[in-house]
Design a protein around this ligand. Sequence first.
Ligand SMILES: [Zn+2]
Length: 144
Amino acid sequence: MTDGSSWRPEAVPATTIEECARLIAARLERCALELGASDLASPATWQQVADRLGVRYHTWYSPGGDRGECAWHPLFGCAIAINEAYPPREQAAAYVHELAHAAVFEWIPPQLTGAADVYRYDDDPGCVRHQVARRVEELVFPSP
Ligand SMILES: [Zn+2]
């Protein structure tokens, strides 16, 4: 639109993305610990977390393909898919990433300080969710 009248939602502030990511990372890690997980780098740990959180998952094998996907359905919730062609630690990171996408879909807006809303964006909403998910991955798997 060029007439200047098109409505644009506000950008999601970086602080909201960080707050979202920290809440999600803390919840995922707590869930893994409650399940008695001994190895956060194991895909099996995150499969148990997915079960606990009610997120359906499946795997596929596609060398060179995407690491994972998350799909959301208003009635059936989230389902994630993980590519088993990657090494186990990368698969574990992909579970964390896709579970973070699922978390943004399902839990976040009412829980944030000041009712900040990650769906208030000036960008592709998938892009904002992805920024949150990347940050969650960094928090759970800090670079050495
Ligand atoms: Zn993503």
